[in-house]
Design a protein around this ligand. Sequence first.
Ligand code: F6R
Length: 518
Amino acid sequence: MVVHNGIFENYLDLKRELADEGHIFNSQTDAECIPHLIESYMNNGCSLEEATRAAASRIDGANAVVVLSRKEPDKIVSFKLGNAGGIVIGYGESEMLLASDIAALLPHVRTVAYLAVGEMATVTRKRVQYTRIDGSAVKKSTARVSYGALTATKGEYKHFMLKEIHEQPDAVLDTLRGRVQFDPPGITLPDFPFSDDRIRSFNRAIIIGMGTSLHAGMVGRMWIESLAGLACEVDNSSEFRYRDAVLDENTLVISISQSGETADTLGAMDLAKSRGARQLTLCNYEGTQSTRVADGVLPIRAGLEISVAGTKTFVCSLVTLYALAAYLGVKRGYLSEERLANIVQELLHLPEMIGQLLSDQSQYERLALKYGRRANFLFLGRGKNYPLAMEGALKLKEISYIHAEGYPAGEMKHGPISLIDRKMPVVALVPQDDLYEKMLSNVNEVKARRGSVVAVAAEGDKHISEKADEVIWIPKASANITPILNAIPMQLLAYYIAVERGCDVDQPRNLAKSVTVE
Ligand code: F6R
């Protein structure tokens, strides 16, 4: 029996060869070819391990495979080719476990190891032997997972997503722990891999990621520009990896992947490495593939996230990026002591402000009843909150299946405004920053076309309550920190609408927590 994740690129050639040998196929899948290939080697006298090794060396493409055979029932053999699918091995008491994701193992084990690309594991009840596919030995170190088994249960919550939303104040505290000093104000990143001279030599940064991690990166870019004075671009990993990106050793590539196993981000990191860029990765899990490829890791420390929709990993990625931008700003001599002191002071209050946003959720239930049956939503934001409009739209569409678009509000007049009528709810992010007046005029434009406006605005903003149909209040905060706060209403709105529509919140259709194939 074979469990397969990936794409077996040359399977048609091998299938033809195996069919000529007499193997009978019951499907058109590439996966079915793998057990036949292994069986063919076993028929010629190979052990399960030898046969799997021989088969693995003939498979092209990125594939993660687990193999069992009735002929050797006390053994599981697994291998990983290219960046497809994680294989995590859990060390239990008198038992070993294999899974594609650490979440499945956590109720049972705390010690794990990850298979790297080109590696094989032969697992029996009490031990595991690691080799490369070419047969050479591998010395593997294990990682101790600090999240307790309890975190893999829903506890008092109806869904993991809601539980994980509620965990954000504590998760943010963990992200900040040991990184922010208050007296004197300072940001320390103990694991930062580059010397101060190297930091000063960077003439540009490029942030890469997918989905929610990409949205975090879009905000991170603006922080890096404004706090560190470093030119910064942001790109979707799946685009970046196939572009002819111009990179050199003075380019800092920052990848964001909570899972550390997203195929496109890993592909983009491989490209960056081959072109000599320096790499930093933000990740939630120690020992995953992205942490092995990068020169250094900034753990986001969100704790285990089970729901497919990223929530606390998004917020913790944002907080880590904010700290990183301030750190680079200090090292580059760009961030004044006064600005640093303000940043530190505000970070001190961040978990409390997030807690405040979570304290009363009745408003979201009401909004879900009012707008949950609409067919379309628009999300608008500007500046650092434009990526939050994208994130709000992504959260809503992925878990409630409502069509939603996130736009920089300035784009409205260039097309989307024609969609607005009385059936269109528009979620407008209107923090009191230097783009406030411009956002207000976007709200006016929506109202003039009879759209409904749900504004997300700073407490005490009287203008907005006169204009919008509904207002979700966020605590007063600096412009820099509003994207982190605005993440919470985006999550709660999507969550309550999905619940109202009876959707499978934690496991939306067609989606996977780690997208390990491109
Ligand atoms: C959406 C979501 C996805 C992920 C994306 C990247 O809620 O979670 O868009 O953000 O698949 O995943 P990672 O961060 O693991 O690389």
